[in-house]
Ligand binder design. Structure first.
Ligand SMILES: Nc1ncnc2c1ncn2[C@@H]1O[C@H](COP(=O)(O)OP(=O)(O)OP(=O)(O)O)[C@@H](O)[C@H]1O
Ligand SMILES: [Mg+2]
Length: 225
């Protein structure tokens, strides 16, 4: 029965029932809008608006293992927060690394945690554009605080551009601050594990693996085209 029908019938029980229904519908709509706003604020790129753990097709053994690891990480995220447990997805282009990371972000947002997705390029550019030079609008601490705050930070495209010492230092600063706060970081890279260690530097790589941090390989063909 709709709220209008319940109200029109004049029966007090029906009215109560209809009011409860209308109130539940309002709460569900409020919840839906709140999740939508959180997804937008998490920086999920438009291409991945529909990417979820459920929509990830896993045919091979390796794909099933990667999906299982992603599902477990999302399900146990409260525990990952206690230990500051990180995760890394490594593999060639188009293998669904960003897709699975977005799936994890969705799950943990629904659990009430906070998350942010960015790329190394965007993070470093934000620091350089906003904090360096004479017309600077911000400070490194302010920009770093933004990336330090969320419960989960997804740092995508690690190792895509030439890794300068400055870039290595900026990534170390961010991952180290998060490490000190026991806040997990999910790193995504086209490098293999050794290449990732080389690019990030030993100190950052060590922090990623501390507390049970896992490196998940994506060793299959591109899903694109
Ligand atoms: N196993 C899969 N099931 C369903 N869709 C997939 C799967 N793998 C990839 N896709 C889709 O293919 C496209 C490419 O995937 P994605 O961008 O996540 O790859 P990637 O590993 O992050 O690549 P890159 O290293 O180039 O950034 C996306 O649209 C993604 O949703
Ligand atoms: Mg990607």
């Amino acid at each position: 029965m709709s709220y209008i029908e319940g109200y029109a019938s004049g029966c007090p029980e029906c009215q109560k029932e209809a009011e409860a229904e209308a109130s539940a519908a309002r709460a569900a709509e409020y919840q839906r809008l709140a999740v939508k706003a959180k997804l937008r604020d998490a920086g999920i790129p438009a291409r991945f608006a529909l990417a979820t753990l459920e929509s990830f097709v896993a045919d091979s053994r390796d794909q099933k293992d990667a999906l299982k690891a992603a599902m477990k990480y999302a399900a146990d995220f409260s525990e990952a927060l206690v230990h500051g447990r990180c995760l890394a997805f490594v593999g060639p282009p188009g293998t669904g690394k960003t897709h699975l990371a977005v799936g994890i972000v969705r799950e943990i947002l629904a659990q009430g945690h906070s998350a942010l997705i960015t790329t190394v390029g965007d993070y470093v550019r934000e620091i350089k554009d906003q904090c360096w030079g004479k017309d600077k609008e911000s400070t490194e601490s302010v920009v770093i605080a933004k990336y330090r705050a969320p419960d989960l930070l997804v740092l995508d495209e690690v190792g895509v551009q030439f890794g300068s010492q400055t870039e290595e230092n900026l990534i170390f600063t961010l991952i180290n601050k998060r490490y000190e706060d026991l806040k997990p970081t999910l790193v995504i890279s086209n490098e293999v594990e050794d290449g990732l260690e080389k690019y990030l530097g030993r100190r950052t790589f060590d922090r990623l693996k501390d507390g049970g941090g896992l490196i998940i390989p994506f060793p299959w063909e591109s899903y694109r085209g």
